[in-house]
Ligand binder design. Structure first.
Ligand SMILES: [Zn+2]
Length: 135
């Protein structure tokens, strides 16, 4: 038996849903700010440093550090856009609804992974499909 958390029936439930939405909005906003701060820090660390390493070996190390940071930033960038999308879904009322089957995603799953757009069943199905296709 699923507990519907995003489709209100009574005033009390409406209030609960508002609180839950606020809770997720707070979690997502905080995570977004963290990521944006880290991203800014990385960018300022990366500017104007190369001239301080005249030795080619040091420079190579610095370059690979930089590639590493760029990869991290790529992952952060994806997460940032996922968080922004989740915040938009909170606004338009589709947050917590599986985009595959239209069922509500369990609150426990949302707590563990607020940016998810799939319920656990659809997620498992997707992972199985990917395994079958060798991804
Ligand atoms: Zn689903």
């Amino acid at each position: 038996m699923k507990t519907p958390i995003f489709q209100p029936r009574t005033d009390r439930e409406t209030k609960l849903i508002e609180n839950t939405k606020e809770e997720f909005r707070a979690i997502l906003t905080e995570r977004l700010n963290q990521l944006l701060n880290e991203a800014n820090k990385t960018v300022s660390d990366m500017t104007g440093e190369v001239e301080n390493y005249p030795d080619p070996t040091d420079r190579a190390t610095l370059e690979s550090d930089r590639n590493f940071e760029l990869r991290i930033r790529d992952r952060e960038r994806k997460l940032i856009s996922k968080i922004r999308e989740a915040l938009e879904r909170i606004e338009d009322g589709t947050f917590g609804i599986c985009e595959e089957c239209g069922e509500e995603i369990s609150e426990a799953r949302l707590k563990a992974r607020p940016v998810t757009t799939l319920c656990i069943d659809c997620k498992k199905k997707q992972e199985n499909d990917e395994r079958l296709r060798g991804l």
